[in-house]
Design a protein around this ligand. Structure first.
Ligand code: SAM
Length: 207
């Protein structure tokens, strides 16, 4: 887990697709600055999104980080302690988000690259909606046609991802689809090229 997370963290800076997704995330959290008192991150992994979120939100927001992997929680905590040693407003929880008892509701939820790691991504999206405070939003990212040893769920297209999001009580405000090769979208679909995807979503029920 540790080398994987270190590699993923480095890709945040070196791989233009991950940089673009990070930029999308930064603009979305900045857009909601001032409205976010409670922040939840599901699967922070290397912790870089959490660090960026707290940079944008300032000290006013209380953050919770939930990861099924103790190693990911250790890395996230170490990154946070290194970059912001005085941050007292972060709660770390180790466990499966589907199993944890969480009565709180959150103004902003981040769930980067987790959907493809679970058997039932639809149920996970529903869970995200149920954790959202009224008027809240969530940043979600995943990928289509991206086989990997730890990707237990394969999306075949970006439209399939969008349909799963909207079919589970969420509304897409803005999204971004980034094919791994610079080809027209019909070619990307025909040749099953990997597409990285991210979206800012809200809940129908939270309006
Ligand atoms: C690929 S990493 C993503 C890291 C980071 N969010 C990003 O976007 O680069 C996926 C993370 O989600 C965590 N994860 C997977 N399934 C989970 C679950 N059911 N509940 C909580 N965390 C989960 C993994 O342990 C891992 O740290």
């Amino acid at each position: 887990m540790l080398p994987y997370m270190v590699g993923l963290a480095i890709s945040q800076y070196l791989w233009e697709t991950h940089r673009a997704i990070f930029e999308f995330f930064t603009l979305e959290i900045r857009r909601r600055r001032g409205q976010v008192r409670t922040y939840l991150e599901i699967g922070p992994g290397h912790g870089l999104f959490l660090d960026r979120a707290l940079s944008e939100l300032g000290h006013g927001a209380a953050a919770t980080a939930v990861d099924i992997s103790p190693t990911s929680i250790d890395i996230t905590r170490a990154i946070m302690e290194f970059f912001r040693p005085n941050a007292a407003n972060v709660t770390y929880r180790t466990g499966d988000i589907m199993m944890l008892d969480m009565p709180e509701r959150f103004d902003f939820i981040t769930m980067g690259e987790v959907l493809e790691h679970v058997d039932a991504p639809g149920r996970l999206l529903k869970k995200v909606g149920s954790l959202m405070a009224p008027g809240g939003g969530a940043f979600v990212s995943t990928c289509a046609n991206c086989p990997a040893i730890d990707h237990v769920y394969q999306f075949n297209s970006v439209d399939e991802i969008r349909a799963l999001i909207t079919g589970n009580g969420l509304r897409i405000e803005r999204d971004l689809a980034l094919p791994a090769e610079k080809l027209p979208m019909d070619e990307v679909i025909k040749r099953r090229i990997t597409v990285n995807y991210c979206a800012m979503v809200t809940s129908h029920e939270s309006h």
